[in-house]
Write a protein that binds this ligand. Structure first.
Ligand SMILES: Cc1cc2nc3c(=O)[nH]c(=O)nc-3n(C[C@H](O)[C@H](O)[C@H](O)COP(=O)(O)OP(=O)(O)OC[C@H]3O[C@@H](n4cnc5c(N)ncnc54)[C@H](O)[C@@H]3O)c2cc1C
Length: 433
């Protein structure tokens, strides 16, 4: 059975930062308290401290990177949300244009942060978006135009037929969009490097210090098992691990699962066959296969259940079967590790940010819907805007309505299976199938 308690992952076994933060064991006063130590919490903390907010505390139930931020594929991708068309009806043409302005800035922010703080995140540039048929080729040609319009200094090239093998060694694809401004990194090292930068500038992080009770007011009080924090502002950034601690937020998302495997180290020849550019890849189907090679010549291969919601009983085998459909020549390759984790999905599949309706000093970010690695770097800037002086990006994104998911306590699997079915049908309409 999948362990979501304390998963061992590629990231936990290869991390380069040996950082440990104390438990909160006393009562402290800060300007901002952040609950949740993933990309959302740490990145927003760093954004705030860079803007001059000096007194910030991040509380984390386990360790920094325990959640999705330490379990994902490590893909640095284009965009800040699944199909922007889903939110067009809420934000209108102008709102969509405003979002589009920042939609592709994630890779740039990651690149700048790595340089600024000298973060050792094994970053590699080179990405392929992959298709299986003519409809997906049409979609990828459209993406080529869009991406080129906002990335004129980056190599972006549509590939078809045998040319696809220039970037990925598989017979299953008929087309690809090569994007050399996207790529992959070691997401836990990226997160820990950012956490280090945050604490070096005076930010405080407390691990194994869950928020267990929160009282709102002009001064917010957060209680942990052994201490407490008083703050003027609070940010909820708990991802799929919020539970019911904040009922207003808990209603707005529903958790589904994604899984990953890590192969044994492969020879240089096999890695070259898998990907001459040592890149990261995802297909464009509604539920994607996504994979990449690592610095140690391993393949990380991930996916999620496409139609019905369940946790496979043998994760290594389940992922391996999918991997062999794409790379049959890996049939003798040993799978060293497999893991997974929950991802909180919003009804629009777009990240949710905003204020608590009754408490304007309470902010939140959640709902990345399985696409948060790159987007969280952009969205955290927008959340920091919202917590400070505001911005047009905050205004547009925070005003997107957030539908509640009713009945998830009793009918979670049914709701998710239905949602996945609809998502697959929509895939036909938007060229993803
Ligand atoms: C297996 C898997 C593969 C994925 N692959 C990709 C991918 O390739 N590309 C991509 O873009 N996205 C991917 N994702 C999604 C991505 O990882 C997430 O969207 C992103 O990391 C979310 O970051 P976050 O900070 O919002 O949440 P998290 O990283 O989950 O952090 C939330 C943190 O809050 C803490 N917390 C919760 N409650 C409390 C409390 N009461 N007190 C204190 N702390 C609390 C949790 O312990 C957790 O550490 C994947 C996710 C999974 C699980």
């Amino acid at each position: 059975m999948l362990s979501v308690e304390m998963p061992t992952t590629y990231y936990t076994t290869t991390k380069k930062y040996d950082l440990h933060f104390p438990n909160l064991e006393n009562d402290i006063d800060v300007d901002v308290v952040i609950i949740g130590g993933g990309f959302s919490g740490v990145n927003t903390g760093l954004e705030l401290i860079e803007r001059g907010v000096k007194s910030i505390a991040i509380l984390e139930t386990n360790y920094i990177g325990f959640g999705g931020s330490g379990r994902n594929g490590g893909h640095i991708m284009a965009g800040i949300g699944h199909d922007l068309d889903r939110i067009k009806k809420f934000v209108g043409e102008d709102g969509l244009n405003t979002i589009f302005e920042i939609s592709d800035s994630g890779s740039r922010i990651i690149k700048e942060r790595i340089q600024k703080y000298n973060i050792d995140a094994d970053v590699v540039w080179g990405y392929g978006y992959l298709g299986f048929n003519n409809r997906q080729a049409k979609l990828l040609r459209q993406w080529e135009k869009e991406y080129r319009s906002i990335n004129n200094d980056v190599e972006i090239e549509f590939l078809e037929g045998e040319a696809v093998k220039k970037i990925v060694g598989s017979d299953v694809y008929t087309c690809a969009l090569k994007h050399m401004g996207n790529g992959h990194f070691h997401s836990l090292n990226m997160l820990l490097g950012s956490a280090k930068a945050f604490t070096e500038q005076g930010g405080k992080i407390f691990e194994y210090s869950p928020a267990v009770e929160v009282t709102y007011g002009e001064t917010i009080k957060v209680r942990t098992p052994k201490g407490s924090v008083k703050a003027k502002k609070l940010l909820w950034s708990c991802g799929a691990f919020l539970n019911r601690l904040e009922p207003y937020l808990d209603k707005k998302t529903i958790n589904t699962y994604a899984f990953q495997l890590m192969t044994e180290p492969l020879s240089d020849e096999i890695i070259h066959r898998i990907s001459p550019i040592r890149g990261a890849f995802s297909d464009v189907r509604p539920v994607i296969d996504y994979y990449r090679v690592t610095n140690e010549n391993r393949l990380l291969f991930g996916s999620a259940t496409a139609l019905t919601e369940y946790i496979p009983s043998d994760l290594k085998k389940w992922n391996r079967d999918l991997m062999l459909k794409v790379f049959p020549y890996l049939k003798d390759t040993h799978v060293d590790l497999a893991w997974g984790g929950p991802m909180e999905c919003s009804a629009t599949l777009f990240p949710q940010i905003g204020n608590h309706p009754e408490h304007k000093n309470v902010f939140f970010v959640q709902g990345y819907s399985g696409f948060g690695v790159t987007p969280s770097h952009v969205i955290s800037q927008v959340v920091a805007d919202g917590m400070m002086e505001g911005s047009k990006y905050w205004d547009v994104i925070s005003n997107i309505p957030k539908a509640s998911v009713w009945g998830k306590e009793h009918f979670k699997s049914l709701l998710l299976t239905t949602a996945k079915f609809i998502h697959q049908l929509e895939g036909y309409a938007n060229g993803r199938r």
